[in-house]
Design a protein around this ligand. Sequence first.
Ligand code: GLY
Length: 427
Amino acid sequence: MSIEAGRLEDLTVDSEINVVITGGGARERALQWKLEQSERIGTVWMEADLDRAIDFALDPNNAIDMTIVSPDDHLAAGGVDRLFHAGMPAFGPTQEAAQIESSKAYGKRIMTQAGVRTAEFGVFDSPKDAHEYVDQSYRPLYVKASGLALGKGAIEALTAKEAHQAITDIMVDKKFKEAGDQVVIEDFLQGHELSLHAICDGLTYKMFPSSQDHKKALEGDKGLNTGGMGTLSPVPWFGEESVTESGLSIVKPVLQEMSNEGNPFTGLLYPGIIDDFIRRYVLEFNARFGDPETQVYMRRMKSDFLDLITHALAHRLDEFELEWSDDTAVCLVAASAGYPGSYAKGKLITGIEEAEEIDGVKIFLAGAQEEDGKLYTSGGRVLGVTAMGPDLATALDTGYAAMERIQFEGKTIRNDIGKKSLALASA
Ligand code: GLY
């Protein structure tokens, strides 16, 4: 689908720009924080509900110039398309292009056509065919709901019995609702995971530095998958040349393939990578900024973020010089006890100001709400402590020192963020 860019020309002139960000987590707060440092920024509004965000953005009384559609479900629901059709510049892929994340089957097909290395796989619409595929496989597998499932739709199946059970859970018992109408079954790969981000405007892209999330709830990468318990950037064992090479072998061919199909991608493309130090594979594509990757990227970005976004929207990314701090940034997540399962809410949070008194520290709130001047927990991931330092070890020391100053009942953190990467870098 081709859509018109709305009032894009207004964004390239030297006026103040008012922005709406859809979404309401720590990622969106980090985007807002960085936008507010831009020279031409007016007011930045955040709205978690997509319909309300669109109504607000399109109300002429609010004089909004541009919207950033941030979360995966807002993109998959066509948030960008709705805004563009109403004449409002909107950053993010169209609904059709966002399929690279919202349909794992689509992502796999594009990767195959583009020659991007990914795990061997099959796509199935019926449990019977899926069970047969498992019977013919002799390897550990991942069984994945093809649709969006809050980052929880991938089930590790180290035995055939576990794989059959996963198919039943996803396709028959509808564990992830209609996201599991179709499944992708792929080989289980061993290696070290990392995140890449590329801002794209069709065929042009600019790579961000490498980053790494820690998705499991428990130390030692054990337990259930979460939205992310901590990030770092750059990854000390994945140098700039590896990022450049990944751009050429992953991002470039995928953008070309999508463009050839008449489905160009403008927005933030985030390939999840696994590297076994022999080969790199793409595990999946996301069509948005990572959370909590964004928190470390916004801390390290030296360039004017509003200018970056407007250049992407105006298809002038090639003119933009994207600059980063040489320092390392980390983000340590404090979660409610029980997350990613059920958890209590309404616990008093203290120590934010004291934590931010430490040089290089900035806190981004996520599941936290203010009431009568006090802050209370309201979600699973409550906040992210970000810290900067000349190297990973120093940034981590600073981040954990700040984290100690923050208290709420049930506060749960991982104490091993970055430990593996530190060991790998010194090996
Ligand atoms: N860092 C995980 C995600 O954004 O999906």
